[in-house]
Design a protein around this ligand. Structure first.
Ligand code: FAD
Length: 475
């Protein structure tokens, strides 16, 4: 009896738990569902959908080398998944379906429904841990709850890593060819524009491209990560997030590459490697949070009392932020980087998110949605976690009174103004002192064509403090 490997956010052949299990259980056929209606409902970015399809084309080639045919079925959304998957099973005499677990509320519901439907037809369902190092629910507080504080979560992860390091999976061997042809991978999908050629060039598809990126980062950069990760003008971070989000590379592969660069140590030795592994654990933490506190998957605040924050309805300010014309150079540079590349540096994500939610006092959900619609690495757990952290509404969030000043952040993390010059060419002629705050130059010297700040930083800071303080008073 044949096995079905249903690919979702795990678009690779190496170190893929479900694929290896399927292939070790019998002749395997692969399936991918194209679901544009679902993707639209999830605010998935056009660049991300394009990245999925490009990776799917590469995956199809890698699977062909293993003699695994890849079938592609089209449906509007996941409500059709049970019938679609069952049909494929009947057409190809499938006895078992293998998947790697996904963790959003809709993903879990989809899997429950498909599993139940297949069960009625005596088709087995095998769901495997693969997207994470630790299964959600296996890293808990002493009283059995999900952690709310990252450092405590990380401590338990370290203990686990010491006793049971998740091993890489032995790559599957090619199976005997089947008399089934792989199906064509669509190049575009309705409702999602094709991104620019320059954006596509930044994010080459395929697991070989991802592994090369990982190798280059662990050979050349990871040891400097701690010192360079906060400077957006430097290539200080791995830029692997899009590959991790689509599962083109696995967290185990990342962990093992980091360990190899640090004599097998993860919590001592090179500080760059240790800091990078900590970031992989942040990824882990937010996915566990998604499972432990499903309300965050439904765009509810983690800290429920913050749902009473009097967010401003300010469509003009929101549009200026979205379009990179706030008059604050570091904010505008960051937003333009997002719009053009589908990615934004982590330091800048925090700065623009704090600016939106504190200085503009606009609901974090507006920012979360806009990021999701533009990020090639958009990931519900990390995006929601990052937004709620910045807005002081989440697990282990920044305290509400710690509000970044975008000008001092700019002076600190882009001291030469190099990043601003790249993305805000109107300011390229300014020196490194003036470029962070051209409004300070006064009308006569201010650069032509660049707006004045849309908000007064100190007054808006006071406004945010008052909004959150009143809230604490109401608790
Ligand atoms: P590196 O610094 O090289 O880190 C390695 C990997 O660790 C990343 O690829 C990512 O998978 C993970 N990681 C790093 N930092 C974090 C973090 N703070 N939280 C969770 N995982 C992390 N990350 C996403 O993958 N998708 C998102 O949609 C997303 N939205 C964000 C929104 C906001 C407001 C903030 C503040 C952060 C967000 N992040 C998101 C986290 C982080 O900014 C990105 O993971 C990081 O910038 C990706 O670049 P990199 O691959 O070079 O990261």
């Amino acid at each position: 009896m044949q096995q079905l490997m249903w690919f979702r956010s795990d678009l690779r052949t190496q170190d893929n738990t479900a694929l290896s299990r399927a292939m070790s259980s019998g002749a395997t056929i692969a399936l991918y569902l194209v679901t544009p209606g679902q993707w639209q409902r999830h605010d998935d970015a056009a660049s991300k959908v394009d990245f999925w399809l490009r990776n799917l084309a590469e995956l199809s080639k890698a699977l062909a080398a293993l003699n695994v045919p890849l079938l592609v079925r089209h449906c509007h959304d996941w409500s059709e998944a049970p019938v679609q998957v069952a049909e494929v099973c009947h057409e190809h005499d499938i006895s078992a379906v293998h998947v790697n677990e996904e963790y959003g509320v809709n993903e879990s519901l989809r899997d429950q429904q498909v599993c139940a439907y297949l069960g009625q037809q005596a088709i087995a369902w095998h769901s495997h841990l693969d997207q994470l190092l630790f299964k959600p629910g296996s890293v808990l507080t002493r009283s059995g709850g999900y952690f709310q504080v990252y450092s405590q979560f990380r401590k338990v992860c370290y203990e686990r890593l010491h006793t049971a390091l998740p091993a890489l999976i032995t790559p599957p061997k090619a199976q005997t060819p089947l008399a089934i042809d792989s199906e064509a991978i669509p190049e575009t999908t309705e409702g999602f524009a094709t991104p620019s050629a320059s954006l596509r060039l930044l994010w080459p598809a395929g697991e070989e491209a991802a592994l090369q990126r990982l190798q280059r980062f662990s050979d050349e950069q990871v040891t400097y990560y701690k010192d360079e990760r906060d400077f957006p003008a430097k290539p200080g971070t791995s830029q692997l997030s899009a590959y991790l989000a689509a599962g083109v590379v696995s967290p185990r592969q990342c962990l093992h590459a980091a360990l190899a660069a640090n004599q097998g140590e993860f919590d001592s030795g090179n500080p760059g490697v240790v800091t990078w592994i900590n970031e992989l654990l942040w990824r882990e933490f937010y996915k566990h949070t998604l499972v432990g506190y499903p309300r965050v998957s439904r765009h509810r605040a983690f800290r429920l009392e913050t749902e009473a924050v009097p967010w401003r309805h300010a469509p003009e300010d929101l549009a200026a932020w979205q379009e990179g014309r706030t008059g604050l150079p570091i904010i505008d540079a960051a937003m333009r980087q997002l719009l053009e590349t589908g990615w934004m540096h982590n330091r800048l994500r925090m700065i623009v998110a704090m600016f939106l939610t504190k200085n503009l006092l606009i609901d974090w959900r507006e920012g979360e949605r806009f990021f999701m619609r533009h990020l090639i690495d958009g990931d519900l757990a990390a995006n929601n976690g990052g937004w709620q952290w910045s807005a002081s509404t989440g697990t282990d969030a920044a305290p509400y009174f710690r509000i970044f000043n975008p000008i001092s952040q700019s002076q600190k993390f882009d001291p030469e103004g190099q990043f601003i010059r790249q993305w805000v060419p109107e300011l390229a002629g300014l020196n490194k002192r003036d470029i962070h705050d051209p409004s300070a130059l006064g009308g006569l010297f201010a650069p032509a064509g660049y707006p004045r700040p849309i908000v007064d930083l100190s007054r808006s800071r006071e406004r945010a403090l008052a909004a959150f303080k009143n809230l604490s008073a109401r608790e």
